[in-house]
Design a protein around this ligand. Structure first.
Ligand code: ATP
Ligand code: MG
Length: 285
């Protein structure tokens, strides 16, 4: 039987989360001895551990069928691959930053300036679209030190909290784009591999949906049921169970993680008590 080959980052920010995602999908992988390649024990998948920069190329060529990496690398490499699913981790911004004491009049600042980056193609495209002429200095890493050592006037790099910028006397002036980890795939997967990918995707979606939702249980007077049902519609409708105390029920439903605090406030106002919120492990709609 054929196996789906998935490329993930060997060591770096994406490695642990990528393995964790596969594990949450019920796929057992042992990589104790840090091999280059390993097979899952209970799913037709083979995992290749590679440098994230190389993943788009390998997926384009079919050395790997699918891969997990940051959108930023997919854009920069510009290879012929398809982005299948956003995975919701390794979220970051790609921003332009300049020395913090410089006056910033807007994008025109960059006219005829030198900008250091590890993402030259993305940056060139951005400035071309804005009709601004810059000189791009490509460097492999530690981009944030470039202005300090006189290599460039500004930088274009990944920013998460901004503390690295601050430490190097820089300030963020433009957010060019946001990036998140994605699942990419070869454009011409044979049918058997596509079927394995569909199975994997089904599981990934169940894991992602579960992470975005919480299970909520609460007690309420019967008179409040209608209002609570409208606030907590649930997957189909909430479960309502009688309590041993006359006139009271227990209501079970799901609530979106990001609406959670607001919903709790509303529920309390209309008389809900003993509210419990618990994580959901998998959720299939
Ligand atoms: P190498 O190529 O040597 O394996 P790298 O520097 O390309 O390493 P990492 O630093 O591990 O890779 O980052 C991998 C990906 O994680 C990046 O391409 C980006 O999508 C995302 N990322 C990077 N820095 C951050 C950050 N500070 N916060 C969130 N996500 C980040
Ligand atoms: Mg890399």
């Amino acid at each position: 039987m054929s196996k789906l080959k998935i490329a993930i980052q060997k060591s770096g920010r994406l490695s642990e989360k990528s393995l964790e995602l596969l594990k949450n999908c019920g796929i057992k992988i042992s990589n104790g001895d840090r091999k280059l390649k390993t097979e899952a024990q209970n799913f037709p998948i083979e995992v290749l551990f590679l440098r994230d920069d190389d993943i788009p190329q390998y997926v384009e060529q079919g050395v790997a069928d699918i891969g997990i990496l940051g959108e930023n690398e997919v854009w920069e490499k510009g290879k012929e691959v398809q982005i299948i699913e956003k995975l919701g981790f390794a979220n970051c911004k790609l921003s332009l930053a300049i020395p913090k004491d410089e006056n910033y009049p807007g994008l025109s600042y960059f006219n005829n300036k030198k900008v250091a980056t590890s993402y030259p193609k993305m940056l060139q495209k951005y400035f071309d679209e804005k009709n601004i002429k810059v000189e791009i200095e490509e460097i492999g890493g530690s981009v944030e030190i470039a202005p300090g050592i006189g290599l460039a006037n500004a930088i274009f790099d990944i920013v998460s909290t901004g503390s690295t910028l601050l430490m190097n006397g820089l300030k963020e002036v433009e957010v060019v784009t946001n990036s998140t980890a994605v699942l990419i795939a070869n454009k011409k997967l044979p049918k058997e591999k596509q079927e394995i990918l569909d199975k994997l995707l089904f599981r990934i979606k169940a894991v992602r949906t579960a992470a975005e939702n919480k299970y909520i249980l609460l007690n309420a007077p019967v008179s409040a049921v209608e209002k609570i049902t409208s606030i907590l519609p649930g997957m189909k409708a909430p479960t309502i169970l009688p309590l041993a105390e006359e006139g009271w029920v227990s209501i079970h439903s799901v609530v979106k993680e990001d609406e959670f605090w607001e919903v709790i406030d509303q529920l309390k106002t209309i008389g809900a008590q003993g509210i419990l919120v618990v994580p959901i492990e998998k959720m299939v709609l």
